[in-house]
Structures are given as C-alpha cells and as structure tokens.
Design a protein around this ligand. Structure first.
Ligand code: GUN
Length: 299
C-alpha cells in the first residue's frame, strides 16, 4: 500500500510559512501584501474558489480585494479594472478567475495583467521565462505538485516523469518545472500511442487530464510517486439518489496498491493550489519591494 501524501497538512505548513513571512514584512518593512481576485459572472464553482481564496488570504494576514463583476461586463471594462489594479501599489498579486464569459477573450485579459503581479503565472512573459528556465511567477497547481515531489524525493534529478495532460494551466508548466529539476520528461495526451506502457515507465506520474479514474494500477510502475491533479464529480448512488462524490484522474484503489506514494482526491493537490497562490503573492510582494524572497515557497 502506497504512502498517502497529505496535501491538506502540507498546505497548512505552506500557509504557516506564508503567514510568518507576512508578519515579518509588516513588522520590519510596514508592508502588507495584497491580492486582488477578479470574478466575472456567477459560476458557482468559481464563487466557492474565490470565497476560499479571500478567506485564506485574510487568515495569512494579507489584504484581499475581491472584484465581482456581472456576467455581461464588457471586455473593455474588465481591462480597465486590470489596468487600475496594475497601477495600485497596495495590490501585489492579481488573479482573474477562469473561465470568463464567452464574449471576453481570456488570453487578452491574462496578458493585460502586469507580469510582476501575475500570481497565476499565466501571462505569456511568465510562460516564456519558465520555459527558458528563468525566474518567473509559476502557476499555482504545478508549483504545489513540485513542492510535494521535492519534499518526498529531495532531488528529482534523473527521474523519469510522465505528465498526462497538456493544458496551459497544469500539464505544460508542470513539464517545464520537472525538466528544470532535471527529470526526463514526457508529456502524454489523448493521441499518445501505448500510453499505458509509457506511464508504467514513470518514476513520477502526474495525472492532469480531467477524466475520472482513467489511470488504473496497471499503468503504474511499482514504487512510483503518483500525483493526481484531477477533480471530477461523479454520481455516487451508494450515498443516496442524486448524490455525487469527488474522484481524481487516477483510480485510487488500484493505483495505491502499486505506487510508492500517491496523492488522494480530495485532500491531495487541491489544497496546495490556494496555498501556492498565497505563496506567490508574498513572492510578488517581496520582488516588488526589492526584498529577499521567502525560502521554500518558490520553484
Ligand atoms: N480556474 C480554475 N483553476 C484556476 C486557476 O488556477 N487560476 C485561475 N485564475 N482560474 C482558475
């Protein structure tokens, strides 16, 4: 049976480090990091995320600024808000919650955020910096995965890593981070041939495809570390009519019998994402003020 990587506990330690750094920034420099979160429309899942982000930002001693805009907000109004936040010295991080409504060009919006305040790491400048191994803002979910992998293995050098999924939010930046840590990296996706054999060669297997329980134990190399980024809601009739439950992209029961370590869903990668957003906000604040960056909270 694999070791369970407790993302909830790990996220709590990250938040504690963030809070300690915030306390020092306040007492030694009279600076309070600020995070602005912009939400357009009323997507219920996004509203839950945004509420949790605001709550945890406050709990770490930082300022949280929430901007909730109606679903019919024009692109130019949204861009004007981002421009204002870019120029607001009390705001060190800006995040525009995705998805945005169809009439808004998300790439245009993401690229309007000042790269130095881009705590999501989605701005094309940060993507390029990460791809070329330079200092950047790193997307939160892959950063959280990297922290857990480094915690388990120390050096990742020379390990075979397979990332299943090629999204801009997770798959591609995850692969870039693993490559930077000297893994041999393969990105697998829906067109990959013999994906199971490829995965069975992975010392590190990261699943980020959004397909419930796709990766089963026979895809996993014995002793491998499995990081499950998926959050999928599936019917759970055993819990009652109409009930749902959360599962990952990995079939936990079969994979955990083979893996050396595995992240559960829920309680694995999920809690790390917001913790890393808070970490990125402190990092952005330190960089903006020419101060040393918090140790252990960057990639
Ligand atoms: N929606 C789902 N995940 C994310 C994320 O990591 N960042 C933003 N901005 N929106 C999201």
């Amino acid at each position: 049976m694999a070791d369970i990587i407790d993302g909830k506990a790990f996220a709590a330690t990250v938040r504690k480090k963030v809070a300690e750094h915030v306390t020092r920034l306040k007492s030694e420099h009279n600076i309070t990091p600020g995070l602005a979160v912009v939400l357009v429309g009323e997507d219920p899942a996004s509203e839950v995320y945004v509420r949790n982000k605001g709550k945890q930002t406050h709990e770490c001693g930082m300022n949280s600024y929430e901007h909730k805009l109606p679903a019919d907000t024009s692109e130019s109004i949204l861009l004007a808000l981002i421009d204002r936040l870019n120029n607001d010295p009390t705001v060190h991080g800006i995040l525009c919650q995705l998805p945005v409504p169809d009439h808004i060009n998300s790439e245009k919006v993401l690229n309007a955020i000042s790269p130095a305040k881009d705590v999501d790491g989605f701005h094309i400048s940060n993507v390029g910096l990460l791809a070329t191994g330079q200092k950047s803002m790193v997307p939160c979910t892959p950063l959280g995965c990297l922290m857990m992998l480094r915690d388990r293995h120390g050096s990742l050098s020379g390990m075979n890593a397979v990332v299943v999924g090629r999204s801009n939010i997770v798959g591609k930046p995850m692969a870039a981070l693993l490559l930077r840590d000297s893994c041999t990296v393969t990105i697998a996706h829906s067109r990959t041939k013999d994906i199971e054999a490829l995965c069975r060669n992975a010392d590190i297997l990261v699943a980020a495809v959004g397909r419930p329980q796709m990766i089963t134990g026979d895809w996993v190399k014995p002793g491998a570390t499995v990081i499950d980024v998926g959050i999928n809601r599936i019917p759970a009739p055993e819990r009652g009519i109409g009930k749902m439950r959360l599962v990952g992209d990995v079939d936990f029961a079969s994979a955990s019998a083979v893996a050396g370590a595995i992240t559960p869903v829920p309680g694995g990668v999920g809690p790390m994402t917001i913790a890393c957003l808070l970490a990125n906000t402190v990092t952005a604040c330190c960089r903006a003020n020419g101060l040393p960056e918090p140790e252990g909270l960057t990639a």
